[in-house]
Structure formats: structure tokens, C-alpha cells
Design a protein around this ligand. Sequence first.
Ligand SMILES: [Zn+2]
Length: 199
Amino acid sequence: MADRENVDTNTGEITSDMVELASPSELRKAFGQSVRVDDETMRGIQTFEDAMALSTELHGDVESIADVMGSGFVVTDKDELVGREMILLNWHFSAGDYGRPFASVAAVLKDGAKVIFNDGGTGICTALMDFTRSRGRWGGVHVPHGLRASEYATCPECNRPRSEYDVICTNVLSNGSECGDTSEKRLRGATYYLDTSPA
Ligand SMILES: [Zn+2]
């Protein structure tokens, strides 16, 4: 039957594409039998630690999903990558909000940390576009000094660049009107660059 094509008829194994239709006996054959835990035991779980202890009792140990599935790469703030030696393993460009492109970069740091960072600015994204255009490649780049940050003052109201001397914020908002904020307060923004200096 076509509906059973996800089950190997010899081994009873269910393929990872998974089942549209499978009988209880097929599921049992493929996966075995789960442990049933009685209500009293389940009711007795009060804390995270209780769950860890019961999991260990039932299954032998507690596994980390990151150790078994996924790529192990963690999305990381560029701020944490300033001055840190890395290999840019691979990058790609995507169209972000309003079609503004950004680069998404998978990199490995000297200490083995696996990171993903994103950049849509005039710094990293533009540099990687130039790199890809001139070298015809999308990764495999050693950056001995990691990222570099260039800080600037921003308006606390509209979050866009605004000098200390702009008494009234003249940034034009997405609705076409001017921000007009008059506070003296400024926040800090940053543009990030790939540090191009040699090792
Ligand atoms: Zn503003």
C-alpha cells in the first residue's frame, strides 16, 4: 500500500520522513516500548532537579539536545567577537527588512567556540560582498584580530545616529516626519568591521 512506503517492510523501520499512517504494532516494532511512569511518581516531581534525577533513573542519563542534534553554532553578539581570532567558515547574504541585505556568518574562534553572527551594516556585510565579488568565494577566511567596533552616539528616541551637538533630532522616521527629540541624553550604537590587520 502506498501509505506504508515510509515503513521498511523487511525491518519494520520507520524512515526519518515519518509516517502518514502507521499501526500501533508498526510503531512498536520500529521504536520499541516507552517506559510508563505512574501518576504518583509524576506528581512527586517538584523541581528541575527532581526531573533530572527521575530522567536519569528512567533513561540512564540526561542528554543535551545540542550534543545530539543541530549544528552546535550559537548566534552571538558582535560585541563579544571584538579582537577575537577567528576563521570565517562560511557566509551567505539574505534580504532583511525592507529588502536591506544582511550577511550571516558561521565562524569558529581560536578557543573552538562555534558562532553565527549577522550584519546588515556598511561594515562587515559590505566587506564580505566585496570579498565574494573579487575572490568568488563565500568563506574560508582567517581573521587574526576578529571584529573591530566603531562607536557613535544615537538618539534615545529614534535610536539612529545623532551627534552630541544636534539639539533637536532631525532624523526622518519611517512615517516621513522628523524625530524632533530635544533631550540631551545619547545612547551608543556601533558599526562593526572585520579587522584587516595581519597576525
Ligand atoms: Zn531621534
